[in-house]
Design a protein around this ligand. Structure first.
Ligand code: G6P
Length: 501
């Protein structure tokens, strides 16, 4: 532990650890730096818990060599972790996003295995664990987020056995046949098993994890529990199960009800030449999102004359992501070439085929786009959850709009009334796009009402409270309360269901 870490008082009862902080560092035109809240659902969900429980958030500020002392931001104690330029290359761009990300997403792109990247991953995970250990009060709850930090639970438990530790995996956990490629597969499992509760998006992800534990460790699993035995023959019970994440559904609906945002939605449609149907795609520019498959289907429908640019426009928002990783650079070239070709072939002076935007937009503009879109296209080849699908549904308080949703997203486990598609089946996708365009209002409303019920009931506050309740029970059982390992009733459905992979 570094000297500066030891100066931070260990006083926080609830500590979140994630690769990125919930605040972004922005520098204005005069070079003055400040922090703005990033609009993610996780912050919204955890903010009340943070305020109530004296919370701290440990994470990276998003730029190289940012050595900043901890500070307060809107009631959250922020603990920035510094990453050097070479750690960004090896830990973040390398092991996290060019090894684990493609491996965990069904090897859509080939994972690269480099021993130096792994060493950097171990070193940086240790830094996060040290910082979390330093700020946590005696007996605190620490919640570690996502694939960049899978070694932190074990490292943290070694320094601070008094803590209750949760881990949530926001991305898929792959089937054993794929996971077993990883040269450090056992170390990662051991890292995760340092937690008391390990959460996954889908029942299938938890199943994949438990299967990997059975194949690679001596520990006994009794779904959803893993019995982790230490060298001294003491047994610790770890819960590994699904807790599907969600969004701040009320927040999206509130924005959608704002007359200014509704006016903006009308403006957007007008700007597109008032086509009968606006289709929308909103994604990080990532090869897991199936943007190319969607463009292919749309281009073929135009080429076959089954749709016309006068009537149908596709708006594609592709927000920049991980731009220094080669697979992402190549993807951008491919997508932009395809968009250019389709527009070149089919756009007229008054109507464009695809309105393409390589930007991120503020939440207000996104909600205006959701209101402007008759059809939302989610064609991911693999996606832990896909929150865009849930945001669209939450925004459509008018009970209108059609959601086309890939069955390879976590969201498809819940959003059964969407038009579910296999994005690899281009003919099927084309037929579904036409079905969405032609869907009668009554059917659109019936489907959207059912989708909205689901999203409103299972919002992100419910997700975090379910996870934290389970973590509380794990803590109580460590303290000798034997009845405490029974799961809360509302959680049992995910345990009872068969694994679906
Ligand atoms: C996914 C991951 C997050 C990550 C986000 C943005 O949603 O699950 O952990 O923060 O993508 O990616 P980035 O690499 O920019 O943090």
């Amino acid at each position: 532990m570094s000297d500066s870490m030891q100066l931070i008082p260990a006083e926080y009862d609830f500590v979140v650890v994630s690769n990125r902080l919930p605040v972004d560092r922005v520098t204005d035109s005069e070079g003055v730096a400040s922090w703005t809240r990033s609009p993610g659902g996780l912050v919204t969900a955890l903010e009340p818990v943070m305020r109530e429980a004296d919370g701290a958030w440990v994470g990276w500020g998003g730029q190289p060599d940012l050595e900043i002392e901890p500070f307060e931001n809107n009631g959250i104690h922020i603990v920035p972790i510094a990453l050097s330029a070479s750690e960004i290359e090896e830990f973040y761009e390398g092991f996290s996003n060019d090894t684990l990300w493609p491996l965990y997403h069904d090897v859509i792109s080939s994972p690269a295995y480099h021993r130096e990247w792994w060493e950097s991953y171990v070193k940086v995970n240790q830094r996060f664990a040290d910082a979390a250990a330093a700020v946590s009060a005696q007996g605190a709850v620490v919640w570690v987020q996502d694939y960049q930090l899978q070694l932190v639970p074990k490292m943290l438990r070694e320094i601070r056995p008094d803590l209750t530790i949760g881990f949530f995996d926001h991305i898929p956990f792959p089937p054993y046949g794929i996971y077993s490629q990883l040269p450090w597969r056992t170390q990662i499992l051991e890292g995760l098993l340092g937690a008391d509760v390990i959460g996954f998006q889908r029942v299938a992800d938890a199943g994949n994890f438990l299967r990997a534990v059975r194949r690679l460790t001596p520990f006994v699993t009794k779904n959803p529990v893993v019995e982790v035995t230490s060298d001294s023959q003491q047994t610790r019970r770890v819960i590994a199960r699904a807790f599907p994440i969600s969004i701040d559904a009320k927040g999206f609906e509130e924005l959608a009800r704002d007359p200014k945002i509704q006016e903006r939605a009308r403006e957007i449609r007008e700007g597109l030449g008032n086509p009968r149907t606006v289709m929308l795609g909103v994604d990080r520019l990532d090869y897991t999102k199936g943007i190319g498959h969607r463009l292919k289907a749309f281009g073929e429908l135009l080429a076959e004359g089954r749709i016309d640019v006068q009537d149908v426009t596709l708006v594609q928002v592709a927000s920049p992501s991980r731009e220094r990783v080669a697979a992402y650079m190549q993807l951008r070239d491919e997508i932009e070439l395809t968009v250019g070709r389709i527009n070149g072939d089919f756009a007229t002076m008054s109507h464009t085929a695809i309105s393409y935007h390589h930007h991120g937009y503020p939440r207000e503009e996104m909600v205006a786009l959701y209101l402007a879109a008759d059809v939302l296209l989610v064609t991911a080849l693999r996606d832990g959850m896909n929150l865009v699908a849930k945001e669209y549904v939450a925004s459509r308080f008018d009970d209108d709009g059609v959601l086309i949703l890939s069955e390879f997203t976590g969201a498809s486990d819940e959003l059964k009334k969407a038009l579910l598609i296999n994005p690899h089946d281009i003919d099927g996708l084309k037929d579904t796009m036409l079905q969405a365009i032609a869907m009668p209002k009554k059917e659109r409303q019936a489907r959207m009402r059912s989708l909205r019920k689901r999203v409103n009931e299972n919002d992100v506050a419910r997700w975090s409270s379910n996870f934290l309740k389970t973590l509380e029970q794990a803590r109580a059982s460590h303290n000798g309360d034997e009845t405490a390992m029974e799961l809360p009733d509302e959680l049992e459905w995910t345990v009872d269901r068969r694994w679906t992979n």
